[in-house]
Design a protein around this ligand. Structure first.
Ligand code: GDP
Ligand code: IMO
Ligand code: MG
Length: 425
């Protein structure tokens, strides 16, 4: 019997999960998304081509790997169809190659869920979450409110009636907002996409994944978003609506906690956040702008500028604890190549105290980061391919992080391409 390895973000998302899942996928028989939805944008680059996946697991380009969209994911059929059409046009047709299955218990994002997301954000004005407007919050609300529609429902004879019933409820809610909408086009696209999605095998992800484990096959669960966006442990209310942590892999796939194997925690050599909410190490200045430009920190899904700042060790320690991280993966080291000096936040000053953990309230009382100065490496690392070529100051930075975080860094990423990845000893 094998176990499920998990790879997930330790910051506020966009750490580079898509790239690394693609790199690791040859080692796995199955890659499974377990939460989130098309709010995710996972970028992969290889052979001079770039792909952004929203719902489809990042193992899709590996010939021998199966891919599962798990029960914890929320699916927008229109976006999923578009993703599949794009892959087909690029010569990778997962449906024809039988490389994708979807959990029957995954919930559907309706066009009206998106409208509710937009109406809600509009009403909140300057206090808005800065959601991706993909309908994530309202869909998970209907899931926990026990009103939702699931992939398995699409094959039931009364699917349309169930759909209409839920849409009526949404329209009733929308009537309380000052929000104009026209559903005609979206609805037509929705039902066209639903018909298409029926041609993809539907499975019970709990039996499917456990079947893989029983046969001794290897499974990797691919997280979306990041730990600091977790609905329970993130910077609430500026979070997403799912459990982005390791526990989410259990509920989002149907596996028991003792079936979790390695937990790969992925982080950037600095830190970013997109959307609203607290960000203690944010650099709202030209240094942050420099990180944004060099790191191309613009959202893969929405194109929004990502907020940038230094690495935050209290936040990373918290994320490592919550997830049971066994190995770390450091991304985008190359973005810091040109810096004379970089900084790491080791503690916060908060309410007159120096602390090394994330306090409950970081919104009304913003923690002040205590920064440690670190010498930059001033070397182009994008072409290095051997551990021995890592500049001494970068090796020292990694050693410092390992000591602080008490977890080894196993992979180092020095560029967006598949090949720009080093395995550390
Ligand atoms: P994800 O959501 O965690 O999969 O990450 P995103 O794809 O949203 O954002 C990561 C961005 O950084 C993408 O544009 C990647 O192509 C890019 N990227 C990944 N790893 C590296 C790296 O090591 N260096 C650089 N410069 N870019 C990287
Ligand atoms: P990946 O998987 C970064 C953020 C949004 C917003 C908050 C809530 O690519 O790392 P939502 O649409 O979920 O209701 O938005 O969460 N957010 C992400 N930020 N990466 C993501 O995914 C994100 N998915 C959601 O910007 O602040
Ligand atoms: Mg992303």
């Amino acid at each position: 019997m094998t176990q499920v390895d998990v790879l997930l973000g330790l910051q506020w998302g966009d750490e580079g999960k898509g790239k690394i899942v693609d790199v690791l996928s040859p080692q796995y028989d199955l890659i499974a998304r377990f939460q989130g939805g098309p709010n995710a944008g996972h970028t992969l680059e290889f052979d001079g081509k770039k792909f952004v996946l929203n719902t489809i697991p990042s193992g899709i380009f590996n010939e021998k790997t199966m891919n599962l969209i798990g029960n914890g994911v929320v699916i927008d059929p229109i976006i999923l169809k578009r993703e599949l059409d794009n892959l087909k046009a690029a010569g990778h047709d997962p449906v024809a190659k039988n490389k994708l299955v979807i959990a029957r218990k995954a919930h559907l994002i309706l066009p009206t869920h998106q409208l509710l997301d937009a109406a809600n954000e509009q009403r909140m004005g300057k206090d808005k979450i800065g959601s991706t407007l993909k309908g994530i919050g309202p869909t998970y609300m209907d899931k926990t409110g026990r009103n939702g529609l699931r992939i398995g429902d699409t094959t039931l004879p009364d699917f349309k009636e169930r759909y209409n019933k839920l849409v009526e409820k949404h329209k009733e809610i929308l009537s309380h907002y000052e929000f104009e909408f026209d559903l005609t086009e979206k609805e037509a696209a929705f039902f066209e996409a639903i018909e298409f999605i029926k041609s993809i095998p539907h499975v019970d992800s709990e039996h499917y994944v456990n079947g893989y484990l029983k046969e001794g096959k290897k499974v990797l669960a691919e997280g979306a978003q990041g730990t600091l966006l977790d609905i329970d442990f993130g910077s609430y209310p500026f979070v997403t609506s799912s459990n982005t942590t390791t526990a989410g892999a259990c509920t989002g796939l149907g596996i028991a906690p003792n079936k979790i194997g390695h937990v790969y925690g992925i982080f950037k050599a600095y830190c970013t956040r997109v959307g609203g909410g607290p960000f203690p190490t944010e650099l709202d200045n030209e240094v942050g702008e420099n990180l944004r430009q060099v790191g191309h920190e613009f959202g893969a899904t929405t194109g929004r500028a990502r907020r940038c700042g230094w690495i935050d060790l209290p936040a990373l320690k918290y994320a490592i604890m919550l997830n049971g991280v066994t190995e770390l993966i450091m991304m985008k080291a190359d973005v810091l190549d040109g810096f004379d000096t970089i900084y790491a936040c080791t503690h916060y000053e908060h309410n007159g105290e120096t602390i090394d953990y994330m306090p409950y309230d970081i919104i009304s009382v913003k923690p002040t980061p205590v920064l440690k100065e670190i010498a930059g490496w001033k070397t182009d690392v994008t072409k290095i391919s051997k551990v021995e070529e890592i500049p001494a100051n970068l090796a020292d930075y990694i050693a410092f992080l390992e000591k602080e975080l008490e977890v080894p860094v196993k992979y180092l990423s020095v560029g967006p391409d598949r090949t720009q990845t080093l395995v550390l000893d």
